[in-house]
Design a protein around this ligand. Structure first.
Ligand code: AMP
Ligand code: MG
Length: 464
């Protein structure tokens, strides 16, 4: 059962998340709902539970973890199937180990905003319905205040849920879990020769696609441990994540990740590695190593195909050409050498006019080495001419895939600083901007600005 919080209050809610479960978002600020969402009361038919799982953390087997501070309330039937509701930070559970079972307002705001921002970007993710808070003090590096995020997903089952029963040598429980996941979320796999192999292949495909989406918007998860990998291929467990600003493929967003295991450049490979951990856990059900291997081999081509598809869209290319990857590699090389802002570069690229290099000023000015940009732009223009690309339709299409607004760390920090003074207006405002990431929103231009000086050394750790 959740542990009640003293005098909980409403902090924020997402209307689009509420719509998914047919709920009027205005209700979420009402006292009854604040009680429910803080774990102070439990709905009549709800049977709260915390789930066990294990996992590999930073490549090392960590043993049992489990929902140390997340409590599942149950699910709600929707048009698109059941949606589970989970309170994160609702108090200790049997899996809390040394933790207090709580979450602080800072990390709750980050998870809330990013979940909803990712959904608006069209990236598979768990959702965030609301945040409630309390003045209860929580000890982290300093004393902070408590909050609860209500998360939603069709399921919170993780790779680590399977690794748990595999490591405990409990094949019967492993099978119950796999059958539950297949029957509930992948019913079409039931008729395959080997449904467990098919499950592994499908999870590889979804994971590869999810990570291709991350790469395409410069999202870095920060803690891609196997216990944070969703069996549905959803972005899950937002902690020290970041969006790429000055491009550096080796960028590490998690201050605690000293080896850079989860750097931007490593994410695709780590996704594959995590699928191997899942494959190992499913092996007793799959039966043959060669079958598991065949499923795992689908990861790389699935990633490459999705990545190329997304990059072609980012560059406004309608056709596929043999040397596309050369064009992409050359682009990332000049971006890397000049550390251009990831989001603003792609957004500005939509303004390029094929026949007017003299109008490239906005783009060129992003590069210290302007001739290097010119060199790549020459190649890009030739490619656009090849498919007789028209400037206006291309720009309109590119603006639908290259966001103007992403959750930059400094934007989150401004909202957090205000919220810590009990002013939640910026959380709501930022959410509104991020829910329309592809719209120009001229009145909100400043949300697309580069980080100010004070934010250039913002560090984000696992502490949450
Ligand atoms: P994370 O790095 O957030 O994915 O957390 C790893 C594990 O530690 C998960 O099993 C969490 O449920 C658990 N955990 C994290 N923070 C806390 C906390 N404050 N209290 C209890 N368990 C926690
Ligand atoms: Mg986690």
């Amino acid at each position: 059962m959740p542990t009640p919080l003293p005098a909980p209050y409403f902090v924020a809610a997402s209307a689009s998340a509420a719509a998914l479960i047919g709920l009027d978002p205005a209700l979420l600020a009402q006292p009854d709902y604040v009680e429910l969402l803080s774990g102070n009361s439990v709905a009549e038919r709800s049977q709260p539970l915390a789930a066990v799982y294990s996992g590999h953390q930073f490549g090392v087997w960590a043993g049992q973890l489990g929902d140390g501070r997340a409590i599942l309330l149950g699910d709600i039937a929707t048009e698109n199937g059941p949606m589970e509701l989970q309170l994160k930070g609702a108090g200790a559970t049997p899996y809390s180990r040394m933790g207090d079972g709580r979450a602080v307002l800072r990390s709750s705001i980050r998870e809330f905003l990013c979940s909803e921002a990712m959904a608006a970007l069209g990236i598979p993710t768990s959702r965030a319905l609301a945040i409630t808070g309390s003045q209860q003090g929580i000890m982290r590096e300093t004393v902070e205040t408590a909050a609860v995020v209500t998360r939603m997903a069709p399921s919170f089952v993780r790779f680590g849920s399977f690794e748990h029963w595999f490591s405990r040598k409990k094949p019967d429980e492993l099978k119950i879990l796999a059958d539950y996941v297949i029957d509930s979320f992948y019913p079409e796999l039931r008729t395959q020769d080997n449904p467990y192999q098919a499950l592994l292949a499908e999870v590889c495909r979804r994971t590869a696609h999810m990570i291709a989406h991350w790469q395409a918007v410069g999202f870095m998860h920060g803690v891609m441990n196997t216990d944070n990998m969703s069996i549905l291929g959803l972005t899950l467990d937002y902690g020290p994540f970041g969006f790429m600003e000055a491009f550096d493929a080796e960028h590490i967003c998690n201050h605690t990740d000293s080896q850079g295991r989860y750097s931007y450049a490593n994410q695709p490979q780590v996704g594959h590695w995590n699928c191997y951990a899942l494959g190992q856990a499913l092996l007793p059900l799959i039966g043959e190593v060669s079958l598991a291997q065949a499923a795992l081999d689908s990861y790389e081509p699935a990633f490459a195909a999705k990545m190329n598809e997304l990059l072609r869209a980012k560059l406004g290319l309608r056709t596929e050409q043999g040397d596309d990857s050369q064009l992409f590699d050359a682009m990332f090389a000049v971006m890397q050498a000049n550390h251009v802002d990831f989001t603003n570069f792609f957004r500005a690229l939509g303004n390029l006019q094929v026949g007017a290099p003299e109008n490239d000023t906005e783009l060129r000015d992003m590069f210290i080495d302007r001739p290097a940009f010119d060199g790549w732009a020459l190649q890009y223009r030739a490619r656009l001419l090849l498919e007789q690309s028209d400037d206006l339709p291309r720009k309109l299409a590119m603006d639908q895939v290259n966001p103007k607004y992403v959750l930059r760390n400094y934007l989150a920090q401004v909202a957090i600083d205000k919220a810590q003074r009990q002013d939640y207006t910026e959380v709501a405002q930022l959410l509104a901007v991020l829910q329309k990431p592809f719209d120009e929103q001229p009145e909100h231009q400043h949300y697309a600005a580069l980080p100010p000086d004070w934010a250039s050394h913002l560090e984000v750790s696992c502490s949450s």
